[in-house]
Design a protein around this ligand. Sequence first.
Ligand code: DGJ
Length: 722
Amino acid sequence: MIMGIEFQNNKFHLFNNEISYIIEVSEQSDLLHLYFGARVDAEDIHSSVGICTFGCQADDSDYSLSALPQEYPSAGAADFRSPAYEMETDKGLHTPELKYKSHEVIIGKPPLNGLPAVYVEDDSEAQTLVITAADEVHGVEVKLYYTVFEQFNVICRHSEIVNVSGSCIYLNNAQSVSLDFPAGEYEYIHLEGAWAREKHVDRNAIHKGTQGFESRRGASGHVENPFLMFFDKGAHEDFGNVYGISLVYSGNHRFLMEQEMYETVRVQAGINPFQFRFKLNRGESFVTPEAVMVYSDGGFAKMSNTFHKLYRTRLCRGTWRDKERPVLINNWEGTYFDFTKEKLLAIADAASEIGIELFVLDDGWFGKRNSDNCSLGDWYENKEKLGGTLSKLAAEMNQRGLKFGLWFEPEMVSPDSDLYREHPDWAISVPNVKPHLGRHQLILDYTRAEVRDYIVERMTEILGNANIEYVKWDMNRNMSDVYSLHLGADRQGEFYHRYILGLYDVLGRITTAFPEILFEGCSGGGGRNDSGMLYYMPQNWASDDTDATERLYIQYGGSMVYPASTVGAHVSAVPNHQTGRMNSLSMRTAVAMNGAFGYELDLSSLDKCELEEMKKQVAFYKSNRHLVMTGEYYRLLNPFTSRHSAWMYVSEDKSRALVYYVVKTARPSNEAVHLKLKGLDENARYTVNGEPKSGRTLMNYGIVIDSPEHDGDNIIFEVKRV
Ligand code: DGJ
């Protein structure tokens, strides 16, 4: 493999074996975007002459920014498309125009101050180009960061906007990335949804005008995941030029695509400019979140596998990054708030009997919380309800061979809590206005250091005083009534972003203080399933919908970008609590096994037969979890367009594979299914559940499945090279 950053004939070329990213410094010192895609030779690439049909660059009619592809377009400076950033000086100037000033190449990849980002373990893995462009009249400098990797077909981008003027400036918009694609026919996919219906695949054609998606919820949200797939029309799983852009950020985001009169398409991703206004005093700077851009010349599957490996090994961190995740039992759907110590131990007894490794005590163990209307913020164990201390309970779990884990919702406060009675001003709300509640709760103002310190102090005490080896970090409402008593009138527009910086500060402090704890992110299920959270927590509860049929969609969509190792997935009771469906135990398990696997039901109420079946399933998962966590992932049948769903994992050396096939909706007089496998060695011979077949037969002809008859029928194929 090779990798490098060259600067010749006023062109920057970032490359590895397979990709190129090319930027030109024009004669007018503008930063023009020339190319991003499969490897090319930079000397052969030239910018198109941006001839403007409606003169706007008075002194040179053959050159106009309005028709040229750009790296970080300014607002109001002869380009009428969406700007990458917008600013205003204290004198009201707001039409900056960036000109190239200097550049440097850094070996490795510097971290982003206070923000999560992809990292390298050794500087030899990547190189980073930093281009500085400036506008002296407006007093602004922008540093554009681009990292290229030797082993990944990825460019990471972010920008830093520096106030070099004599007084303050205001930023009204600061995107992480702006990319101009040449005229063409394009499509895009985004992962849309709702609570308990997250990450559904929505595919659209790019049309003239502006289109996109965003979050204004103070969190990345259930509704729009901060991830975009932009591709040549007609691309599919195995074919086509595909660009995946994932924003490493957990707050308000915006993805924008704009096709204008020259049929080129501008694609941007970054913090949502909605109610965003950031004041920079002289010398201060603003760092945007990182955008991770994957290029694939081989369709969606290649893009996904690049994200999976990158995020699994160079975004997730800590002790648990490479470790097999314990099979867990979570008591939430089994008991909700209504539990006693005896009940928990009865569930634990059954769990340990069937080989489960971790007991997670969910909501309801603190304050006087027996329903969702109180006590958030009062992070003190409820000894009466727990029949003793948490430490004692953890010890009793440990005696049963189980690790012990605990639920928190550290960003929230209930109006009915001691914390709120003592510090009503710690909650986000507008003075003299009755705040809107969500799930009966308010959000703590994480822009305030004393609020963050309180949470760190409470969690540290609890985590330090009991043998807690797992934490579920929940967040169950979105932001409204945004105002902080801590920020001045001129800084209220900084609130959303400062909240996320505060959150990252707390997450960083707690995860660093407790490196051995396995953390799982959650936000009413998948309300904050983003790559920002994965930097702190190597897994994320994918959805509050535990129905296996619904999970086929949710997990299929999520697999576009997030690796299976990061996806929390549980077997729950029937009828399912969200949909009322009666899926078989076999189907519920087949679907939940595709991630960090667990159970979420009252095991103590099941009969011996079911527990025996589960015991075998747990053993099966344990013997295959390494492959699920680390294997190359292929989507075989799409549940959004088919009655079936199927997917598979292949070990890196192609010697083993695990294939899942599930009937989503059965119908009479059904067809035989040819399930064509992917990613195997075509020259090798394999056994499929014991039967010999060649790699090329399995991939070209497939496995023939004759008679799937009922909803939820499923088959797991173990493929082994002979
Ligand atoms: C929402 C989560 O997604 C659930 O799994 C559960 O932890 C509840 N919150 C508890 O209130």
